[in-house]
Design a binder for this molecule. Structure first.
Ligand SMILES: NC(=O)c1ccc[n+]([C@@H]2O[C@H](COP(=O)([O-])OP(=O)(O)OC[C@H]3O[C@@H](n4cnc5c(N)ncnc54)[C@H](OP(=O)(O)O)[C@@H]3O)[C@@H](O)[C@H]2O)c1
Length: 334
């Protein structure tokens, strides 16, 4: 590898928080038994929070953010990886307590890596990224966990909130490919056609899901994926039918929910928390192998904005204001 390479570096000195693209030396990278040449990373909501001010997740500065990446192993002393292997990294607090993927090279613990499945390329892997893995976890929970693990009724009608976001848009497509009738919730009416192109049968505005929820409303959904929390999740819980699983992964609207026990004790609704950060490697490898079957990249490509590391700095504030849609793919060689 060349000694100098490009990375986005965060720093905090007193009240002064900075984000700069820098040319850094390989000695700047910290420990890790696998060195990866990073090809792609992406911009997730958590990345945007970290880029703003470290989000209390980053404790040591200077710091390289980027919670996920795909790339090729350059050097390895880990038993499972060798030079030339194509790998995917998401979660494990990389980009928070460890240096992350907003860098042309990353040193990482090989225990965190997944081998890229053959039916995805490095670019497609990061079109998915953390959002895709989380959407896979949410979708399999809402659909397969109920049908196969709990031997429950068939999951037909499902609802997805924050539908034009990274996790939401992938969940819409995955659940639709899994054979569900998907209702997408979005605050952006100009995304209706896009959401239908992903497979949504119907689209409703977020404002319809932010009223004060009744303890039990008319049961409409066999399952749900919630990425926003707050009142939307309260209403989803009240509208979920007998035995339905609500996969909750996000808090884009609110961290609080004000609900009653009624959906849980009268309808047996399950509120199923999703955390992709520490999912086991075994589960990740299974889900990544399924991913290629559940996505139509021809359609997703239309919503992908491929950006350089430099452009990230202008885009993350818009994501925090809920003004972005689809996926931002970061090409480290752009
Ligand atoms: N648990 C995990 O393992 C895990 C992993 C990844 C992400 N997450 C979390 O999942 C959430 C979504 O992540 P993401 O990367 O998909 O983010 P994103 O791309 O920014 O999407 C979030 C979407 O939520 C909707 N939204 C934003 N603000 C809202 C508000 N105030 N009220 C209602 N809806 C709002 C918007 O959808 P519309 O434009 O369609 O309205 C937005 O596109 C975040 O909270 C993130 O931290 C959790």
């Amino acid at each position: 590898m060349s000694d100098q390479f490009k990375a986005l570096v965060l720093n905090q000195e007193g009240e002064n928080f900075t984000r700069d693209i820098k040319s850094i030396d390989k000695k700047f990278l910290k420990d890790g038994n696998v060195k990866v040449k990073v090809h792609y990373s992406c911009l997730n909501y958590k990345d945007a929070l970290i880029l703003k001010n470290g989000a209390r997740l980053v404790k040591d500065f200077p710091h390289i953010p980027g919670i996920d990446f795909s790339g090729v192993v350059e050097e390895s002393s880990h038993k499972n990886f060798k030079s030339g292997d194509e790998v995917i990294l998401t979660g494990w607090r990389v980009g928070e307590i460890y240096f992350g993927g907003y860098s042309q090279f990353a040193n990482v613990n090989g225990d965190f890596l997944v081998k890229k499945p053959k039916n995805l390329d490095l670019r497609q892997s990061m079109i998915l990224g953390t959002a895709g893995l989380t959407a896979l976890m949410c979708s399999f929970t809402a659909k397969a966990t109920r049908e196969e693990l709990l031997l429950g009724e068939k999951v037909e009608n499902v609802i997805v909130s924050g539908a034009s976001g990274g996790v939401g848009s992938m969940a819409v497509m995955m659940l639709s490919k899994l054979g569900c009738n998907v209702t997408a919730i979005t605050g952006k009416d100009n995304n209706i056609d896009y959401l239908k192109s992903l497979g949504a049968k119907s689209v409703i505005n977020t404002s319809e899901m932010t009223k004060d929820a009744r303890p039990l409303d008319k049961g409409l959904w066999d399952g749900a994926v919630d990425t926003v929390g707050g009142k939307v999740l309260e209403n989803i819980l009240a509208q979920t039918k007998d035995g339905g699983i609500v996969s909750a992964c996000g808090n884009a609207a609110d961290i609080k929910i004000n609900t009653t026990v009624m959906p849980f004790i009268i309808r047996g609704v399950k509120l199923w928390g999703i955390n992709s950060v520490t999912a086991s490697i075994k589960r990740r490898q299974f889900l990544w192998n399924e991913a290629g079957k559940l996505l139509d990249f021809g359609i997703i490509e239309k919503s992908i904005k491929e950006i350089s590391l430099d452009e990230v700095i202008n885009i993350y504030p818009k994501m925090l204001k809920g003004e972005t849609s689809g996926r931002y793919l970061i090409n480290l060689n752009k």
